[in-house]
Design a binder for this molecule. Structure first.
Ligand SMILES: *Cc1c(COP(=O)(O)O)cnc(C)c1O
Length: 387
């Protein structure tokens, strides 16, 4: 059954791009490993397929599915989230252009923009995205091509008004790019709120099982799509067929997983809030979170990411991180298994000492889909190890 845009999220997740194979009726579209395609006479391509870098049916199926879920017209799948970001930036910026980004952007994004693309003449200004006047000034002060935001942000869980940022970007002739990795399209669809581009690390919630690295760019404009599609083809950081297949399989269950991640995230955040060892809990589902009302407006639920700061400082955070057994101490997030991360030394080590540095008493929890009683019991045990 082909998916239609009138259908609900889960129906589109299961069916978009996933038509059964016509010859055998195989319900799951086959995984195509072929690097090249037979031609019916010179230039006689079957359905446009010529060579694997330019097109692959398994990748195409994923791209159709991604576009349907993000409410875009075109999606492009890459070998990693950063490969997707690199292709996007090189497709749509030129030397002298500027990127204004959140001052708590993903460390790898900042590293790519400042230390790789900076040498090719792309400028950047990190700003506090919650301060819209500052954002407006930063955008106006430069030849800004992209306003780049993550909401919820990583790992401070700040919520930013996507519709307001879209207006600021568009007034200045810039594009709004939203890294939607933390929310996933089930919780939030930035293109429908006025954003021009969505980027993803599909490694996280979209893949959802911590078994594949990938990225994606989604747009709703044919001209932008052509430029991004050209760089995907010309540079070639495409996702391989097996990666695309695993990502598609993960994406089919995104909605049911996000419901559970959100339930568990909420329960863990509420438990943390009551603990005497805790200085602050950063979770948009808590009424005490400064972005709670905005999150309610632009998100369906609040997700499984919870950050927590300890009164006992760095020592307490490190002790808890090294004392859990259901939560695994590891980088990354968004998988079905719960993960614990100490950003200052792990995911965000590359921004240590910069204005994007993360507090040393902070732990980031990616709440998986396990039974929440076991997650809380695990945290309870780890808290008792705090000196
Ligand atoms: C992981 C991550 C990225 C980078 O994606 P990779 O797949 O690791 O290259 C970008 N943005 C956010 C928010 C991430 O969490």
């Amino acid at each position: 059954m082909p998916a239609s845009e009138n259908q609900g999220f889960n129906t589109r997740a299961v069916h978009a791009g996933q038509e059964f194979e016509p010859r055998t009726g195989a319900v799951v579209p086959p995984l195509h490993f072929s690097s090249t395609y037979a031609q019916d006479g010179i230039g006689g391509l079957r359905s446009g397929y010529e060579y694997g870098r330019g097109g692959n049916p398994t990748r195409d199926a994923l791209q159709v599915q991604l576009a349907a879920l993000e409410l875009g017209t075109h999606a492009y799948s890459f070998s990693s989230g950063l490969a997707a970001e690199d292709a996007l930036i090189r497709a749509l910026t030129r030397p002298g252009d500027h990127i204004v980004l959140g001052n708590d952007a993903y460390g790898g994004t900042y590293r790519l923009i400042s230390r790789v693309l900076g040498d090719w003449g792309i400028g950047n200004t990190p700003v506090d995205m919650a301060n819209l006047d500052m954002v407006r000034d930063a955008v106006a002060a430069n030849k800004t091509r992209f306003l780049w935001v993550e909401t919820p942000s990583n790992p401070l869980m700040k919520i930013t008004d996507i519709a307001a940022l879209a207006d600021i970007a568009h007034d200045a002739g810039a594009l709004l790019v939203v890294d939607n990795t933390f929310a996933s399209p089930y919780l939030q669809t930035p293109l429908a709120l006025g954003a021009d581009v969505v980027v993803h690390s599909t490694t996280k919630y979209i893949g959802g099982h911590s078994d594949v690295v990938g990225g994606a760019v989604v747009v709703k404009d044919a001209e932008l799509a052509d430029k991004i599609g050209f760089v995907q083809f010309a540079v070639g950081a495409v996702s391989g067929p097996m990666d695309a297949f695993l990502t598609t399989r993960g994406l089919k269950t995104l909605g049911v997983r996000m419901d559970r991640h959100s339930e568990n995230g909420q329960a863990v955040a509420e438990w943390l809030l009551e603990r005497p060892e805790v200085e602050a809990v950063l979770y948009p589902g808590l009424p005490t979170h400064p972005g709670h009302e905005l999150a309610k407006k632009q998100m369906r639920k609040f997700g499984g990411m919870v950050s927590v700061q300890f009164k006992g400082g760095e020592a307490a955070a490190r002790k808890v991180a090294e004392s859990t057994s259901v939560f695994t101490l590891a980088e990354s997030l968004g998988g079905i298994e719960s993960l614990m991360n100490y950003p200052s030394e792990m995911t965000h080590a590359s921004v240590k000492g910069t204005e994007l540095a993360v507090p040393v008493n902070l732990l980031r929890l990616s709440c998986g889909i396990e039974d929440v009683e076991d997650l809380i019991a695990d945290l309870d045990r780890a808290f008792s190890a705090i000196p």
